[in-house]
Write a protein of this length. Structure first.
Length: 304
């Protein structure tokens, strides 16, 4: 049997009528994807769906609250407000967002995850970012067998530093050489995972650095710590540094994606947000904030 089943093949495999299968597709209850106008059904995903007992109609599942959990991002915050999607934000970090998504506590999770370079294997993109970290994390997450990953943007991450870069930082190795006071993000936050990956690549450990406590919940909190003089630097996006009037040392570009369940993808709130990602207003705001590539915004990057 092929890995991707057509509608009639999937109906036969599930022992359902095609009409019932289409009802499940319309409600977002069954794992599937649309390619050139045809519905296709990944057999492996159907097997996991059956094993999880999700053959019940979608109304048996309590709807997730209209919240986007996970990582904080200035452009996402703005898009949630301006799109009229009715979704609220709950920024707690990428890994926390995925856990809430798996527990049906949020409708979507904003994620930017990173692995050590020796874990990338052949996944490294031509631009040098960890191209598949987000999709690999969702694929391996317990309880997310019916997930879809939507591209939001590629973002420029680096060191937020004082105006004029008073310590002359140029790369991650300079943190130790200059004894820079480093503001951290919480464990599980995408920026913290990026920091650990970059340190490992430079042959450094976190305990070799001059870190300050407590951890900063979001990128803007990193910027505030630098601006207030409590820290010399911290990892955040160019948009955060620019908005705070601070300096920025670029390090990497990364994928910033939205993960959600297939049954929620077609709901009015997510669809309003995804439609807004294709507007000129969204592209103009991204250019204004700086450090974003939104050319693929709204595209489906991966379906489980």
């Amino acid at each position: 049997m092929p890995d991707l089943l057509t509608t009639d093949e999937a109906a036969t495999y599930l022992r359902l009528s095609e009409r019932k299968l289409y009802e499940l597709v319309a409600s977002g209850a069954v794992p599937c994807t649309k390619v050139t106008g045809r519905w296709l059904f990944p057999k492996a995903a159907l097997d996991r769906w059956l094993a999880a007992g999700l053959i019940a109609p979608a109304r048996m599942h309590a709807p997730a609250p209209p919240i986007v959990g996970g990582s904080h991002d200035p452009l996402l915050d703005w898009a949630l407000r301006e799109s009229g999607c009715g979704l609220a934000g709950l920024p707690e970090g990428s890994e926390a967002g995925l856990r809430r998504l798996a527990r049906n506590e949020v409708m979507a999770a904003a994620i930017h995850l990173h692995r050590l370079q020796n874990q990338w294997k052949d996944d490294q993109s031509k631009d040098g970012d960890d191209a598949e970290a987000n999709t690999q994390a969702v694929a391996g997450a317990s309880g997310l067998h019916d997930a879809v990953v939507i591209a939001f943007a590629r973002r420029e991450q680096g060191l937020v530093v004082g105006a004029g870069n008073p310590l002359g930082l140029a790369d991650i190795a300079g943190l130790a050489a200059r004894h820079a006071r480093l503001a951290l993000r919480p464990r599980g936050a995408g920026a913290q995972l990026l920091l650990l990956a970059l340190l490992a690549g430079a042959g450094l450990a976190l305990d070799q650095l001059n870190v300050i406590k407590p951890a900063c919940p979001t990128g803007p909190d990193i910027a505030q710590a630098v601006r207030a003089g409590r820290a010399d630097c911290g990892v955040a996006t160019r948009a955060v540094a620019q908005a705070a009037g601070l300096g920025f040392v670029p390090l990497v570009w990364e994928r910033f994606d939205l993960a959600l369940r297939q049954r929620d993808y077609f709901l009015a709130g997510p669809q309003a947000l995804f439609a807004f990602l294709r507007t000129a207003a969204f592209r103009e705001r991204a250019a204004e904030l700086g450090g974003y590539d939104v050319s693929a915004a709204g595209e489906v990057r991966w379906v489980n």
